[in-house]
Design a protein around this ligand. Structure first.
Ligand code: MN
Length: 298
């Protein structure tokens, strides 16, 4: 099992100007990550050709992620917003195809916001239809969609791994998968490791985030159990470190995510530590996985 290790671009930059792109891509590559995840709420704001050249030069790849905005809420049941959301998702898939990305992920199933009502059956059914068509388009480019399970304050559609497995099964495409995030799981799952095991082969993307979204290990997420579960199910997809600090990100993201305290100032130190942490945790979990084989009776 070899996972590609990734880093979210917000560890380095808050926007995607040419200077930001060059800095983020180079520093991500220098630290030995295989990919950078670029936030693409509006893919037309990305200079795709320039980004592709910088990635090529640095020898890493990129995935795109986004949360839909309210005007693009495909779970709303409103035909105007569903059509706008479908168009937005298609733009992101097209941009990802141009970059040679393997994955588009994030809150693709609803708006990225705090809702004041639960989702409706009709809204869910509409989102499933839109994502089936988008997933078919993504599949033509060899792209997997990762539907991110987030906490209750950031969506009302997918808050648990079990909901996401059911949602993906309703879509019924091999390239539309569950995207889990340890930060969100720490809030919503009764047993995060068990949720990973239950998701099994439906897991397609994984965000590593600490409970306070700062340094990995410097919070309350039980990473040894989560890594053991990832190894146990043979997860071989991307593992992407995600962290946010007011040193880098500004509005509107700070407001939506509630980034009020500053948990780090030096993204380089944070990312270097994350890379070591992930490698160590993976190695440890694999050794645990090998324990039974090593202990077989002669
Ligand atoms: Mn995430």
């Amino acid at each position: 099992m070899t996972n590609r290790l990734g880093l979210h671009a917000n560890v380095w930059v808050r926007d995607w100007t040419r200077d930001s792109c060059t800095l983020a891509v180079n520093r991500t590559a220098e630290l030995g990550f295989d990919l950078i995840e670029i936030s693409a709420p509006d893919p037309q704001a990305l200079d795709i050709a320039f980004t592709a050249r910088e990635l090529e030069r640095a020898g890493i790849s990129a995935n795109l992620s986004l949360g839909l905005d309210e005007a693009c809420d495909i779970s709303s049941g409103d035909p105007v917003r569903m059509a706008a959301g479908e168009a937005r998702l298609r733009e992101v898939v097209a941009a990802a195809a141009e970059l040679g990305s393997t994955h588009v992920c994030g809150i693709l199933h609803s708006a990225f916001r705090k809702y004041s009502e639960p989702p409706t059956a009709a809204g869910i059914a509409g989102a499933v239809e839109v994502l089936r068509r988008t997933g078919e388009e993504a599949g033509r480019h060899g792209i997997t969609l990762g539907l991110e399970v987030v906490n209750r304050y950031e969506s009302n559609v997918l808050n648990t791994a079990g909901q996401a497995v059911e949602f993906c099964h309703r879509i019924g495409l091999p390239n539309v998968k569950v995207h889990l995030d340890s930060y969100h799981m720490n809030i919503e799952e009764a047993d995060a490791a068990q949720a990973i095991v239950a998701t099994g082969a439906d897991l397609g993307y994984f965000h590593l985030g600490e409970s306070n979204r700062g340094y990995l290990g410097a919070g309350s997420v039980d990473f040894p159990r989560l890594f053991a579960a990832l190894v146990r199910i043979g997860y071989d997809g991307p593992l992407v470190f995600e962290s946010f600090s007011s040193t880098v990100v500004g509005q509107p993201l700070c407001g939506i995510l509630g980034i009020w305290r500053n948990l780090w100032e030096d993204g380089g130190d944070l990312a270097r530590h994350a890379r070591q942490f992930i490698e160590t945790q993976l190695k440890t979990a694999r050794e645990i996985g090998d324990e039974a084989r090593r202990s077989a009776l002669p």
